[in-house]
Design a protein around this ligand. Structure first.
Ligand code: ACO
Length: 385
C-alpha cells in the first residue's frame, strides 16, 4: 500500500459488482445460469407459464406453496377488490399536480412512497401486516400507473373493474376498453415471468432496506429506484428505443454490426447469471410474435430476431427478459416509457416475498469497502487554501 493506509481486514477478496458473491440463503427463487432454468419455490417457470396465473404465482411466492382452491379464491378476490385497488383520493389529486412530462417510473416511485402515508399498517412490520401491505400495494400499483397514463394524456382515470384479473384490469384501466383475450393472456404471462429473479440488483436493494428493519413501502421504493436504471429493468425501454431507431428489419443487421464495431452495449442482451439463453425470453418472443401478427406489426420481432442472431454468432450473447417484452407491450399500444413500470407491477410481488424472508431471519446487510484514499491528509484552514 503506497499511500500509507492500514491494510484492510480483508475477509473476502474484492469482487467487482459482487459477482457470484453469495450474501444470504433464500428459499424463494433458483436460477441455474448454465442450464437456463428458473424456479420459483421449486416450480419451473415454464410450468407456471403453461398452467398457472399471476395471482396464483403471487400466492406461491408469498406463502411458499401452491394454494388450495379456497385459499386461491380468497386471495384472487382480495387482489381484485375495489377497496384494495382504489387509490386514496388525495393520492389521485396529488397525481394531477405533477408536470405532464414526469415519467411513469418517477410517478411510481413517488406514488408508492405516498401510498405508505395512507396505509393503515404503515408502522407495523409484523409478517401479517407486511402481507396485508404487500397485497394492497400489488393491487394499487397498476391503478397508479394506469391513472398517470390517463392524466398525462388529459383523460379521466378509469376505475378498477373487480371482475377482471390483475392483468386484464390493468389493460382496461389504461385504455377504458376490455383487452382482447390474447392481450390479457400475454400480459398475465409477462407478469408471471417478471415476478422474481433471485438476488438481482433491485431485490438486493429492497433486502438491504428491509435489513435495517425498515418497512415494506420503503423497501419497494428502493427496489423501484434500482429497477429504473438501463442496466436493469430500464433495459426494456431502451430496447424499444433501439428498435424505433432501426425501423426497417432490412436495416437491422447493418445497424447492429456497426454498433458492435463501435463497441456499443446492446440492450436486452447479456446477464450476470445466465451463460445460456434466459428461459423467460422464449415465452416473451412467442407472445410478442403472436400479438404482432394479430395487430399487423411483425417488424419489431423481425428486427429483434436479426439482432439476436448477430449477437449469438458474434458475441455468444443471448436475449435476456428485456429483449422481447417491449415488442409485446407495443403491440398492445402501450407507451414505451411504461415498460419499466410494468416490470415493477410484477416484481413488487417478488420484492415483497424477499422483504418477508429478510424480516423473518434478519441480520443487517453491511459489507465493507477496500479503502484506497489517503490516510494522512492535513487539514488546511479555509483562509490558507
Ligand atoms: N452488449 C455488448 N457487450 C456486452 C453486453 C451487451 N449487452 N453485456 C455485456 N457485454 C460485454 C461487456 O462489454 C464486457 O466486455 P469486455 O470484457 O470486453 O469489456 C463483458 O461483456 C462483460 O460485461 P459486464 O458489464 O462486466 O457484465 P455484467 O455482468 O457486469 O453486466 C449486464 C450484466 C449489466 C446485464 C450487461 O450484460 C448489460 O449491460 N446488458 C445490457 C443491459 C440489459 O439488457 N440489462 C438487463 C439485464 S436483465 C434485468 O436486469 C432485468
Amino acid at each position: 500500500m503506497t499511500n500509507g493506509a492500514a491494510a484492510p481486514q480483508q475477509i473476502h477478496p474484492l469482487k467487482a459488482g459482487l459477482e457470484d458473491v453469495i450474501v444470504s440463503t433464500s428459499e424463494i427463487c433458483f436460477i441455474d445460469g448454465h442450464k437456463g432454468r428458473l424456479l420459483y419455490r421449486g416450480y419451473d417457470v415454464d410450468d407456471l407459464v403453461e398452467h398457472s396465473t399471476f395471482e396464483e404465482v403471487v400466492y406461491l411466492l408469498w406463502h411458499g406453496r401452491l394454494p388450495s382452491r379456497k385459499e386461491l379464491d380468497v386471495h384472487v378476490k382480495a387482489l381484485a377488490s375495489t377497496a384494495n385497488r382504489r387509490l386514496p383520493s388525495k393520492v389521485l389529486s396529488m397525481l394531477k399536480l405533477f408536470p405532464k412530462k414526469t415519467t411513469p417510473m418517477e410517478i411510481l416511485r413517488t406514488g408508492v412512497s405516498a401510498l405508505s402515508a395512507f396505509d393503515p399498517d404503515s408502522n407495523d412490520n409484523s409478517r401479517e401486516a407486511t402481507l396485508r401491505k404487500a397485497l394492497r400495494l400489488t393491487a394499487q400499483m397498476p391503478t397508479l400507473v394506469a391513472a398517470w397514463e390517463r392524466i398525462r394524456k388529459g383523460k379521466a382515470p378509469v376505475s378498477p373493474n373487480p371482475r377482471l384479473n390483475l392483468a386484464g384490469n390493468f389493460l382496461y384501466m389504461l385504455t377504458g376498453k376490455k383487452p382482447t383475450p390474447l392481450a390479457a393472456k400475454t400480459f398475465d404471462v409477462a407478469l408471471i415471468l417478471h415476478a422474481d429473479h433471485e438476488f438481482n440488483a433491485s431485490t438486493f436493494a429492497a433486502r438491504v432496506t428491509a435489513g435495517t428493519l425498515s418497512d415494506l413501502h420503503s423497501a419497494i421504493v428502493s427496489g423501484i429506484g434500482t429497477l429504473k436504471g438501463p442496466l436493469h429493468g430500464g433495459a426494456n425501454e431502451q430496447v424499444m428505443l433501439m428498435v424505433e431507431k432501426i425501423k426497417d428489419p432490412a436495416k437491422a443487421e447493418a445497424w447492429i454490426r456497426k454498433l458492435l464495431a463501435e463497441r456499443g452495449r446492446v440492450m436486452g442482451f447479456g446477464h450476470r447469471v445466465y451463460r445460456v439463453a434466459d428461459p423467460r425470453a422464449k415465452h416473451l418472443r412467442r407472445l410478442a410474435s403472436e400479438l404482432g401478427e394479430q395487430v399487423g406489426n411483425t417488424s419489431y420481432v423481425k428486427i429483434l430476431d436479426t439482432i439476436a442472431s448477430v449477437m449469438s454468432s458474434e458475441k455468444h450473447m443471448f436475449a435476456n427478459v428485456d429483449l422481447y417484452s417491449g415488442a409485446a407491450y407495443a403491440a398492445m399500444g402501450i407507451s414505451t416509457d411504461q415498460f419499466t413500470p410494468i416490470f415493477a407491477l410484477s416484481r413488487v410481488t417478488g420484492w415483497a416475498a424477499h422483504v418477508l424472508e429478510q424480516h423473518g431471519n434478519n441480520r443487517l446487510i453491511r459489507p465493507r469497502s477496500e479503502y484506497t484514499g489517503p490516510t494522512d491528509a492535513k487539514y488546511v484552514p479555509l483562509s490558507e487554501r
